[in-house]
Design a protein around this ligand. Structure first.
Ligand SMILES: C[S@@+](CC[C@H](N)C(=O)[O-])C[C@H]1O[C@@H](n2cnc3c(N)ncnc32)[C@H](O)[C@@H]1O
Length: 280
């Protein structure tokens, strides 16, 4: 069942976290001249109007992007992400928030290729409109999990699979991990980034063990949590697994995440993590 709609959540703390890191992965891929390929398995709408009723209803963006949009003291590593959001709001007033497809296309070069999957038909139509005219960009109204088979390995033999599932089904951690294993078996040198929500500590420890037992290469685990242990209203925070991470991400990410944590956790709750789950 497709009940999840990202319009309610666009620009929230999780989006800021995952998109800031996504920019670092894309910039690393762009360091070499050879073109690369990105598969975004759960693409969403591509662009969100934060004045939409659903965004106003949850107000999640006010605790996310609104807290960093106007900051002039962000670290250099965050600049490409903030520039991507500011480019959607040229008058300096925060109203539009770019999703992963628009952020990704902005950081890609002309010859790099992007494939976007979005299963919800209405959201996919919005995505088509948001990506209209984008170069080398294909949009598919299809299941992102099963799309792996058709898209990997890419002819470029370099690239990123970005798996940003809605986590609205039972055993989503299991499904995501099976997808990661399949992506890796088809495209062993490819980078894979997987977003996940922070649940109860015991569930997260079980997930970490299953990742470690999956036979994956180097895997970096990045997390940002802006709530304390007692928080039960919503997810406590976000994680991103990066398989085959770019060189230096383990040193670049901690100060970036630390700055975000200070900006997004006014009560000083939670914290950040940057650890090798698999060192190889
Ligand atoms: C968390 S949102 C994606 C946000 C987007 N990646 C971004 O960063 O801007 C998850 C999206 O996946 C879509 N979706 C749910 N199940 C899917 C599936 N099996 N395949 C592809 N898309 C799916 C939902 O409709 C939703 O738009």
């Amino acid at each position: 069942m497709l009940s999840y709609r990202h319009q309610f959540h666009a620009g929230n703390v999780s989006d800021v976290f995952k998109h800031a890191l996504l920019c670092r992965l894309l910039l690393a891929l762009g360091r070499k001249d050879k073109p690369y390929f990105v598969l975004d398995t759960h693409a969403g709408l591509g662009l969100y109007d934060l004045q939409h009723d659903w965004s106003e209803k949850t107000g999640e963006w006010r605790k996310g992007i609104a807290r960093v949009f106007g900051r002039s003291d962000a670290p250099e590593a965050l600049r490409p992400y903030l520039d991507a959001v500011r480019a959607e709001n040229p008058d300096g007033n925060l109203r539009f928030y770019p999703g992963s497809p628009r952020i990704t296309r902005r950081l890609m070069r002309d010859n790099d290729r992007l494939a976007l999957c979005e299963l919800n038909r209405d959201d996919c139509a919005a995505l088509q409109a948001a990506m209209h005219g984008a170069r080398h960009t294909a949009i598919h109204n299809q299941d992102g999990f099963t799309s792996i088979k058709g898209f990997l390995p890419p002819r470029e033999r370099r690239g990123l699979t970005f798996i940003d599932s809605a986590f609205d089904e039972a055993d989503e951690f299991g499904r995501v991990l099976r997808t990661v294993k399949e992506a890796h078996s088809r495209f062993a040198t490819g980078m894979i980034a997987v977003w996940y929500p922070l649940m109860a500590p015991s569930a997260m420890a079980a997930f970490a063990r299953s990742v470690q037992a999956a036979g994956l290469p180097k895997t970096l685990q990045l997390e940002l949590n802006v709530h304390g242990e007692h928080f039960t209203e919503h997810i406590r925070g976000s994680g991103l697994l990066v398989i085959n991470p770019p060189y230096g991400l383990d040193e670049e990410a901690p100060p970036l995440l630390d700055w975000l944590w200070r900006a997004l956790s006014p009560d000083g709750e939670g914290g950040v993590r940057c650890e090798w789950l698999v060192r190889e």
